[in-house]
Design a protein around this ligand. Structure first.
Ligand code: ADP
Ligand code: 5GP
Length: 191
């Protein structure tokens, strides 16, 4: 199982740091890398597709699946539940497919405990001001969600040294190059 866990790549960091953007770009460059679609109780944003961006569940459905033991890890974030389904990673890892996950900090920490071989990269914004302006520009969050997410970001930023590597997402092209290099390196050493 250790060799399989070595093929899990976790991308973490605060909301608005650029995790989604970087994951999409790295997956274009490393097409054999699968993505673990998380479950969430957050309502879909415009353009998000069920089963592609997330498995969108009601709070009752989410609780039932927690009860059934369907999650490798699950956390509350900004008033909603998010979790990694076993079905999204275990089969892929067992077949030798590498899987990328997008997790907030508590979940990344937890996954590291459950899958000790996982490689975790923290995505850091150049500054809190830049983080706020990107999140605002993304235009997806209510004032209340914006406040909750940026408050949480201040706590999450303190955790950056807990992970295997940090990528500062300043110029996007540079961050994509750096993350692609780190992921390739981690997969190479996983064999
Ligand atoms: P996360 O998944 O961490 O919440 P996103 O990938 O959604 O973050 O990025 C937040 C916003 O910042 C998005 O609108 C995205 O297009 C933008 N963004 C991401 N990286 C950069 C960058 N390097 N420069 C400028 N804008 C960026
Ligand atoms: P968003 O609502 O912006 O899509 O996601 C909010 C936060 O939840 C992000 O920081 C993202 O990394 C995190 N997240 C997404 N899926 C999961 C998951 O399965 N588990 C955990 N712990 N966090 C997740």
């Amino acid at each position: 199982m250790k060799a399989a866990a070595d093929r899990a790549i976790v991308i973490t960091g605060p909301s608005g740091a650029g995790k989604n953007t970087l994951i999409s770009a790295v997956r274009e460059r490393i097409p054999e890398l699968a993505y673990a679609v998380s479950a969430t109780t957050r309502p879909p944003r415009k353009g998000e597709r069920d089963g592609v961006d997330y498995h969108f569940l009601s709070p009752d459905e989410f609780a039932e699946r927690v009860e059934r033991g369907d999650f490798v890890e699950h956390e509350s974030f900004s008033g909603y539940h998010y979790g990694t389904l076993r079905s999204e990673i275990e089969g892929k890892l067992a077949k030798g497919t590498s899987v990328m996950l997008d997790l907030e900090v508590k979940g990344a920490r937890n996954l590291h405990r459950n899958l000790p071989g996982a490689y975790c990269v923290f995505v850091q914004p150049p500054s809190v001001e830049v983080l706020k302006s990107r999140l605002k520009k993304r235009g997806t969050e209510s004032a209340e969600q914006f406040r909750r997410r940026t408050d949480t970001a201040l706590i999450e930023l303190k955790a950056k040294d807990e992970f295997d590597a940090t990528v500062v997402n300043d110029r996007l092209g540079d961050a994509v190059d750096e993350l692609t290099g780190l992921v390739r390196g981690a997969l190479k050493s996983a064999g």
